[in-house]
Ligand binder design. Structure first.
Ligand code: PLP
Length: 370
């Protein structure tokens, strides 16, 4: 039996009547740009994340970009982040003319190593972007302390982690702001590209609202130079239907992860670590292979049509576009090692027990023959 890495069809089948009704309502209303459907979703999202403001934008990438624009980050500034993340976390820093400064990761959580952050702070540092990778919160307590000590902003890249918690607090609500993605592979999956910024800061929210609409509030006066980063009303309506189901989706992901953990325990692979006081939402279930086993394991899974993917094969400090930053091979060894060893397995909520058994059996078979 083939098992896809992700299949949204069963999720959408369950809510199809609600979803089509919502999309039909927006279509009939003709209110496609901002307006009541976007506002309703923003209120619902803010309540879910436990923040005062949610601002819907076009994508998780634009959420990062517009948040940094609103903080005035630009040429001459440095932003500290992890090299083990999706490209845009650093790409947005570069697009604004600022410089990403990469800090190595913790090998168990795959998140930024907080002990290495103070050594990367310079007079030019303006912000830290911790990424809650794979659905596990970064170590936010120490990060907030470092930020406070040095007067830095904190933008939580929570693209993969909506619903995750750190000491009971929702990710995205701890730093100055959090950025979310509703790209279809994310836990709250849009019907295309969509994203949001969440924050408790009234002024920041105000600026982001302006900047996502070219820098204007009233449509005539442009206080800033912004862009078109507006969330589509059709996406907002679909996301409003899906948000009440998110807690259930997360519980299913966590149950799959727990079952993988039990069945893979005695095999020579590392399973995900749920650090204390953090609630993992398993956007990815990522194992860590030993030695040189990853490529043969991948080939074995591919031959059995078991979905799998490497997030991420090349850490950002080693990407060709960052050659000018001059990070030598081996300069951030733990991120480089993770890039060589990790492998993500299917963990979507609607994965059946039979599908998961197939994944587990294929991995067991690989190691039995080894
Ligand atoms: C960690 C991280 N940051 C940012 C993004 C960007 O989100 P989007 O694809 O919605 O632009 C993604 C997802 O693609 C991501 O995984």
């Amino acid at each position: 039996m083939a098992v896809p890495l992700l299949d949204l069809t069963p999720q959408h089948d369950v809510i199809m009547p609600e979803l089509t009704r919502a999309l039909e309502e927006v279509t009939r209303s003709g209110k496609f740009i901002l307006g009541p459907y976007v506002e309703a979703f923003e209120q619902q999202l803010a309540a879910y994340c436990g923040v005062k403001h949610a601002i819907g934008v076009t994508s998780g990438t634009d959420a990062l970009l517009v948040a940094m624009m609103a903080m005035g980050i630009g040429p001459g500034d440095e932003v500290i982040t992890t090299p083990f993340t999706f490209f845009c976390t650093a790409g947005c820093v570069t697009r604004l003319g600022a410089k990403p400064v990469f800090v190595d990761i913790n090998p168990r959580t795959y998140n930024i190593e907080v002990e290495d952050i103070p050594g990367a702070v310079t007079r030019a540092t303006k912000a830290i972007i911790p990424v809650h990778l794979f659905g596990l919160s970064a170590n936010m307590g120490p990060i907030m302390n470092i930020a406070q000590e040095h007067g830095l902003k904190v933008i939580e890249d929570a693209a993969q982690a909506i619903g995750a918690r750190y000491e009971g607090q929702h990710v995205g609500s701890i730093g100055d702001c959090g950025t979310l993605s509703f790209y279809p592979s994310k836990n709250l999956a849009g019907l295309g590209d969509a994203g949001a910024v969440v924050t408790n800061d009234d002024d920041l929210a105000d600026r982001i609202r302006r900047l996502r609409n070219h820098g204007t509030k009233d449509g005539w006066h442009y206080e800033d130079v912004g862009g078109n980063f507006r969330l589509s009303a059709l996406q907002a309506a679909a996301l409003s239907v899906k948000l009440p189901h998110l807690a259930g989706y997360i519980e299913k992901r966590r149950a799959h992860a727990e079952r993988y953990g039990r069945h893979l325990e005695e095999l020579p692979v590392g399973t995900p670590f749920e650090a204390p006081h953090r609630h993992h939402v398993f956007n990815q279930y990522t194992i860590r292979c030993h030695g040189k086993s990853r490529e043969p394991l991948r080939s074995h899974l591919n031959a059995r049509q078991i979905g799998n993917r490497i997030y991420y094969p090349v850490p950002l400090h080693r990407q060709p576009c960052y050659a000018d930053l001059q990070y030598a091979k081996g300069s951030l060894p733990l991120a480089e090692e993770a890039a060589d060893l990790v492998l993500s397995l299917p963990v979507f909520p609607e994965m059946t027990r039979e599908q998961q058994d197939e994944v587990i059996a294929a991995i067991r078979e690989f190691f039995a023959a080894d």
